[in-house]
Design a protein around this ligand. Structure first.
Ligand code: ZN
Length: 589
């Protein structure tokens, strides 16, 4: 490929709307361009990288025994209604009405569709089956960001396993996990395999593959001592159990006036107690449609119920954990009006003592407080010397808060590290949630009918690119891992106008291409300085320069983008030298 004929527009300036380094560099290196909010075009160079990532993913999926298929993006909403996810996804699900008046959704994921298709399986003899596709997904994200890190339209590899037995699901899941480790390693991306919350997928267990990056939108915790890793939503808190019990003697509870003091900070300063001795009471609405979250009566009447979640003043509620304990994916913070109606006091003065008609859930750390402070359920007043168990009794005590820097590893008790990361992959043990809802059943050896047991496994192909750039760049530009590089070698010809150098460049390109290498020939009539800058910016692993060394002694300059190692070789030595550098740069194993 000749750069003079290649649509590869590079930029010297960062795009104004970009924060993430991958976003800046991918625009500047001519890989992507923004079309609209959360929508990016891949230019030819970007598409070459995307195809490289797809090739690695496809090879490893096939190697793991998964079969490729392709499912439609346009999906009847009836399938989504049958599994209850139509309402759950809400505005994220892009919907429209076709010319016959039927409502159609653009697939944000394909559990429903694949289950419907695999329903044709009738017998245990046809199981297990794992299928996958590489296809565009659509999600109307409220806040697209980071260029291609979070966009409304993105390319995913999604795989689905179907098994007859739970042990079969374990095997299918492990095969996918192993394939994921190979994929990210081949792509040069360091990942943490984290415990995760299954969230809207539902199901039994899940693990996220997180690529550490300072622009990652997720926080994960990890323990260097034992290898524990979890995303913030899933990370367990154990410190309350391990911390010593207070030796204070419980005192009689009292009401104190706290005019206008409605935040933890205000109350803490005003009453001179540390935030860790306050009990925060957060009121949530539980959606009436959730199965366990509300009583049968409330469900029948379609009536909304409320739960109060209690955490220490210096802690935050982990809504994912709370939703799991409540058994509802529909937890929503109550409005100020609701709080006033339910508790009898304005926002900021709610407390667990004599809070009627509300289910009380307390974080385990709250239960260890002695003589705590909390809202009095009346305007401008708090209660002091409140003692859990004596003054109020929660219905449930559980781990309901977000892990903090002060917490220890739940497995070994050593300190935890907090790391920002990009989610590049996710594996779930789904169980029978979808197959039951959609009637995907098979006959077992005894002749009885059973729902197939499912797993699902996603990789964000675009995010492979973003994560690779986040982890492999320097001040000059991108440093592509060999497996993802758009070309393996760039041949830069200085002084193109002199003719002879260009002819040598063309011959060198020809020789490298004959040796099976992907070569970009920079034959543009531009200053040597700007061509070298561009070569560094686009990040091709090996650079060959036809320049001064050629003029002086008929030698070619070879440099390695990642190490900046430079040498000169003769034309005869070039192919060998390039191969050696590519081998050295590729990940081992
Ligand atoms: Zn540990």
């Amino acid at each position: 490929m000749r750069w003079s004929r290649f649509f590869l527009p590079t930029l010297r300036e960062d795009p104004k709307d970009a924060e993430a380094i991958s976003h800046k560099l991918m625009v500047r290196a001519g890989l992507i361009r923004r079309l609209g909010s959360g929508a990016y075009s891949y230019l030819p160079l970007g598409l070459r990288v995307l195809h490289k990532a797809i090739a690695v993913v496809r090879e490893e999926m096939n190697r793991a025994g998964a079969q490729e298929l392709l499912l439609p993006s346009m999906q009847p909403v009836e399938l989504w209604k049958a599994t209850g996810r139509y309402g759950l996804l809400g505005e994220v699900l892009i919907r429209f009405t076709d010319r016959t008046g039927k409502e159609v959704a653009l697939g944000p994921t394909h559990e429903e569709v694949v289950t419907d298709v695999l329903k044709e399986i009738r017998s245990y003899k046809q199981l297990p089956v794992t299928v996958y596709q590489i296809q565009t997904k659509f999600r109307d994200e409220p806040r697209p960001r980071g260029g291609i890190i979070r966009s409304k339209e993105f390319l995913m590899k999604d795989a689905y396993s179907f098994d007859a037995q739970p042990e079969g699901l374990d095997r299918s899941y492990q095969a996918m996990e192993a394939a994921y480790h190979r994929i990210f390693s081949r792509c040069g991306i360091a990942v943490l395999a984290c415990e995760a919350d299954p969230g809207m997928m539902g199901g039994l267990a899940s693990r996220e593959f997180m690529a550490p990056s300072e622009h990652g939108e997720d926080l994960v915790v990890r323990c260097a001592a034992c290898g524990y890793a979890a995303n913030l939503e899933a990370a367990a808190c154990q410190s309350a159990v391990r911390s010593p019990q207070s030796t204070e003697t419980p005192k009689p509870m009292e009401v104190v006036k706290t005019p206008g003091k409605h935040t933890v900070e205000h109350v803490s300063t005003f009453l001179r107690v540390p935030p860790s001795k306050l009990i925060k009471t957060l009121l949530y609405d539980v959606h009436p449609s959730s199965s366990l979250g509300s009583s049968p009566t409330a469900q029948r009447e379609g009536r909304q119920e409320h739960v109060a979640i209690l955490v220490r003043g210096d802690h935050e509620v982990n809504e994912a954990k709370a939703a799991r304990v409540v058994g509802s994916p529909h937890l929503k913070l109550s409005t100020a009006q609701t709080i006033e109606r339910v508790s009898g006091a304005p926002l900021g003065f709610t407390g667990p003592v004599k809070l009627a008609r509300v289910r009380l859930l307390a974080d385990q750390a709250v239960m260890r407080l002695v003589n705590a402070v909390t809202g009095a359920n009346q305007a401008d007043a708090h209660l002091v010397n409140v003692n859990p168990g004596r003054d109020f009794t929660p219905e449930t005590v559980a781990d309901l808060r977000v892990v903090t820097q002060a917490d220890a590893c739940p497995q070994c008790g050593k300190p935890l590290e907090f790391v920002k990361a990009i989610e590049v992959g996710h594996v779930f043990k789904l169980g029978t949630k979808y197959t039951e809802a959609l009637g995907a059943v098979f006959q077992d050896p005894a002749g009885s009918s059973k729902p197939m047991i499912m797993g699902c496994y996603g990789i964000g192909i675009n995010r492979i690119l973003a994560a690779a750039v986040e982890q492999h760049h320097d001040a000059q530009g991108i440093v592509w891992p060999v497996a993802l590089a758009p070309f393996q070698v760039i041949v830069t010809v200085m002084e193109v106008e002199k003719g002879e150098a260009l002819r040598v460049g063309e011959e060198v390109q020809e020789a490298l291409a004959r040796a099976g290498l992907d070569v970009l020939l920079d034959d543009r009539e531009q200053s040597p300085g700007s061509k070298l800058k561009d070569a560094d910016l686009v990040g091709i692993p090996v650079q060959v320069v036809v320049g001064k060394a050629w003029q002086a002694e008929r030698r070619l300059e070879v440099s390695v983008r990642s190490t900046k190692a430079r040498s000169t070789v003769t034309r005869e030595e070039l192919v060998e030298a390039v191969r050696k550098h590519l081998d050295m740069a590729a990940p081992r194993g």
